[in-house]
Design a protein around this ligand. Structure first.
Ligand SMILES: Nc1nc2c(ncn2[C@@H]2O[C@H](COP(=O)(O)OP(=O)(O)OP(=O)(O)O)[C@@H](O)[C@H]2O)c(=O)[nH]1
Ligand SMILES: [Mg+2]
Length: 343
């Protein structure tokens, strides 16, 4: 899988840059005024995974290469952002290519920190954010739908089918619903927004996987907020960003909502973690290591990481008959250590 990237969105002054700084350890502007961030900050975060360390130790690897996730910290969203209000349009463009978004919501009550809406109300803020994202998507879908409608008039079957798929997506957005919420409620919608090429090409913001970072203490998180988030089909992480040094749950949550898994390669040169979507077949997983491997794939040698560590090395594992030979229809599992055999 290509690089995993995640955009951080939220109202101004709610802690987005604070989160980014905790994740990336970069020195960036954090300030108690709205729109402290103008140009987006981009940072790469290594995915904490002790399996990489243990395998590197076992193989006496010269290099350790963990998986990484890229984060984008962008300017705050305000009401009317989709119309160019605030720093609106520019920044939404920056998260088009990301696979997931973290929606930061302020639940902390510090009266010294300015709130652009003048009160702490995460449910209202969530509505503002989702409304902006929905309107932005609606604009993109309407444009594409109008074109499809014109093409459909030629009577071409494919064009008519495209028009109808776009009309379905448009109807969801026109009701003010996010595509992620609609996908959580309907397998057909999920299939459409995750796998349909035409829809995927639009890079719709509300179709992205969502993680909600509730900035504050757990006792300030209402039941109403929790149930709203559950209905939206995302994962929630509560963290008081002013007082933590890391938020490891955020990355594990990202792996969970994106349905990602890690497999490993290990040897004297390097031990490396590779990221794939769960259920990926052996040739495609091999293709993540090197594009040629997919086409020239013959088979995999594979063993679960824990089994390999317990056996004390590849040779020992082989002697015990623990190394499996897997063919083209094998689904690579989280934690597999593999060697690709190719032509
Ligand atoms: N009390 C308290 N203050 C916080 C917390 N998180 C962030 N802050 C403060 O809130 C202010 C805004 O934080 P930033 O991280 O710059 O907010 P932002 O969302 O990036 O803001 P913009 O870039 O302006 O959109 C800063 O003064 C932070 O120190 C928190 O959990 N508790
Ligand atoms: Mg900021």
């Amino acid at each position: 899988m290509a690089k995993i990237s995640i955009g951080i969105v939220g109202l101004p002054n709610v802690g987005k840059s604070t989160l980014f700084k905790i994740l990336t350890k970069q020195d960036i502007t954090i300030a108690n005024y709205p729109f402290a961030t103008i140009d987006p900050n981009v940072g790469v975060v290594t995915v904490p995974d002790d399996r990489v360390d243990r395998l590197a130790e076992l193989s006496k690897s010269k290099k350790k290469i963990p998986a990484v996730v890229e984060f984008y910290d962008i300017a705050g969203l305000v009401k009317g952002a989709n119309q160019g209000e605030g720093l609106g349009n520019q920044f939404l463009g920056h998260i088009r290519e990301t696979q997931a978004i973290v929606i930061v919501l302020r639940v902390f009550r510090d009266p010294d920190i300015i709130h652009v809406e003048n009160s702490v109300d995460p449910l209202r803020d969530l509505d503002i954010i989702l409304t902006e994202l929905v309107l932005k998507d609606l604009e993109a879908v309407e444009k594409r739908h109008a074109r499809a409608e014109a093409e459909a008039r030629t009577g071409k079957k494919e064009a008519i089918a495209e028009r109808d798929r776009l009309a379905g997506v448009k109807a969801i957005l026109a009701e003010g619903r996010t595509l992620a919420a609609a996908a959580a409620a309907s397998d057909d919608v999920a299939e459409l927004i995750r796998n349909d090429r035409l829809i995927r090409e639009l890079n719709l913001l509300t179709a992205k996987r969502q993680i909600f970072l509730l900035n504050g203490s757990p006792e300030d998180v209402s039941e109403a907020l929790r149930s709203r988030i559950a209905e939206l089909g995302g994962g929630a992480v509560v963290a008081d960003l002013a007082s933590v040094e890391s938020v490891p749950e955020l990355i594990s949550k990202a792996y969970a909502v994106l349905n990602l898994a890690s497999f490993f390669t290990t040897g004297e040169d390097e031990t490396r973690a590779w990221t794939i979507e769960r259920g990926m077949l052996a040739p495609q997983a091999a293709g993540v290591i090197h594009t040629d491997f997919e086409e020239k794939f013959i088979r995999l040698e594979a063993i679960a990481c824990d089994q390999l560590l317990a056996a004390g090395g590849w040779t020992q594992a082989k002697q015990k008959g623990l190394i499996r030979l897997e063919g083209k229809t094998y689904e690579v599992k989280d934690g597999d250590v593999i060697v690709v055999r190719h032509g």
